[in-house]
Ligand binder design. Structure first.
Ligand code: EPU
Length: 428
């Protein structure tokens, strides 16, 4: 096991290229199950979630080649292998196997998903959708059993706007008989990306990216080639570290429209931002001003950037408030930032940050993926050395992190954990 070592205080400059979107990738890969001939997905991020999903498709009998960038999946000989345990528990997005396997085989057994612990993360809306399409869904000893004689299109109103439920219902509905209408659907760019892949495979989907999606079921879906969208959350993370410790950095391979809420907030703080077709340049002001943010569903401020934003706010002049309306308990990074000298308190769903303070390097632990991103940014801002453990969380979502950071002039490296550190982790 390794930890990330960060020598803080080196000003960052240059250009960083953004990888394919993790939250698209984890849905696009299961979507290939629905085809009857090979699907090629180009530009995938080389992260552990993608590697785990590759292994899961192989367990189903698929032939999968992944060169770290492009994936070729031949799903033709897949079977509906039950997966109550094992790799499915390692990532949250394994729930997309439910929709995809139900769509293709009309049955699936999938262990309840793992992933980041951000407080309760129910999947009742996914299940409501599958049931509306005619599936029986039961929970037996921590695994979800899904079965349908046939899937029949239905009108489904989501009680909660959910990215996962919207995509999962689309996956199951593309091969159902007749029309499915998803109302109060989520509008995230990743949903449009998945709908684009499915449409290239022969599905009939209208309205992805709006809150009403119409799907007319088809008998068969075929192979195709698809290029994934860039990762707006990875891009946002690099913008934040550019604002926190940069002397002017360029983010390449980004869709600026996907980051409008972040760009607006960074401008409010005083940062200088220029956005082009597929690039964003960001340079911080000498003194950045405090701001308040409230996370909302897309196109509002993304919950996934709330934690990294908090690190930046420690250097802003004044008091800022960060409120997470999506995951009210997504604040495990705050104790770690306090170890680094941050002045932050948590009240309910909000964190209140008083700045500016000079962060100090410390030994800290990433409790989840974006908490890890927050600590990396804090480490780059801090005086001295920061050691971040819990690297397995960061590796789930940030492709080539060390190379990208060092390419911007940072001094960051991975080290094996010492025997004592391993011992402490076992006892924790
Ligand atoms: N919710 C329900 N019932 C459901 C589904 C969701 O109550 O059946 C609630 C959740 O508890 C949450 C809200 O609805 O309060 C939104 O959850 P959503 O279903 O949209 O989240 P998700 O699909 O599980 C995806 C991303 C998350 C991101 C959220 C919100 C993937 C694989 N994950 O999760 O990404 O935070 O949308 O935008 O797409 C991350 O990348 O670090 C990450 C956690």
């Amino acid at each position: 096991m390794e930890k990330l070592m960060i020598a803080g205080g080196y000003p960052l400059k240059g250009t960083v290229r953004i990888s394919g979107a993790k939250n698209s990738a984890v849905a696009l890969i299961p979507a290939t199950i629905l085809a009857d001939s090979p699907v090629i997905i180009e530009g995938l991020p080389n992260i552990s979630d993608v590697q785990i999903l590759k292994g899961l498709l192989e367990e189903l009998g698929g032939t999968v080649h992944f060169d770290g960038n492009d994936m070729n999946v031949d799903p033709s000989s897949m079977i509906s292998m039950p997966m109550p345990n094992g790799k499915v528990k390692k990532l949250r997005a394994s729930y997309y196997l439910m929709g995809a396997m139900l769509g293709r085989f009309k049955k699936a057994v999938i262990g309840l998903p793992g992933g980041c612990h951000l407080g309760p993360r129910p999947i009742d809306q996914h299940i409501k959708g599958f049931e509306a399409l005619g599936a029986s869904v039961t929970n037996e000893q921590g695994a979800i059993y899904l079965r349908a004689d046939e899937l029949i299109g239905a009108r489904i109103y989501l009680d909660v706007v959910s990215v996962g439920a919207t995509i999962n219902i689309m996956l199951a509905a593309v091969k159902a008989k007749g029309r499915t209408i998803i109302e109060n659907a989520a509008k995230e760019p990743e949903i449009i990306d998945v709908a684009t892949l499915l449409t290239n495979m022969g599905a009939k989907i209208k309205g992805a990216g709006t809150d009403v999606i119409r799907i007319d079921g088809v008998e068969n879906l075929h192979g195709c080639q698809h290029t994934i969208i860039p990762d707006r959350i990875e891009a946002g993370t690099y913008m934040l570290l550019g604002a926190a410790a940069g002397e002017g950095i360029t983010i390449d391979n980004v869709i600026p429209q996907h980051l409008e809420s972040l760009i607006a907030k960074l401008r409010e703080m005083g940062a200088h931002i220029e956005d082009g077709d597929d690039q964003i340049y960001i340079k911080p002001a000498d003194k950045m001003k405090s701001v308040d943010i409230k996370t909302l569903v897309y196109p509002g401020f993304p919950t996934d950037l709330q934690q990294p934003f908090t690190s930046l706010l420690t250097s802003a002049v004044g008091t800022s408030m960060v409120t997470d309306t999506i995951y009210g308990a997504r604040f495990k990074h705050i104790d770690e930032l306090r170890r680094m000298n941050a002045n932050i308190k948590v009240e309910g769903r909000s964190a209140i940050i008083n700045g500016p303070v000079k962060l100090q390097g410390a030994k800290v632990k990433a409790s989840d993926l974006r908490a890890g991103a927050a600590l990396v940014i804090a480490g780059l801002m801090a005086e001295g050395i920061t050691e971040v453990t819990g690297l397995e969380h960061i590796d789930r979502g940030y492709s080539h992190l060390v190379e990208k950071l060092n390419g911007l002039g940072a001094t960051v490296w991975r080290e094996n954990l010492t025997k004592e550190e391993l011992e402490q982790m076992k006892n924790a």
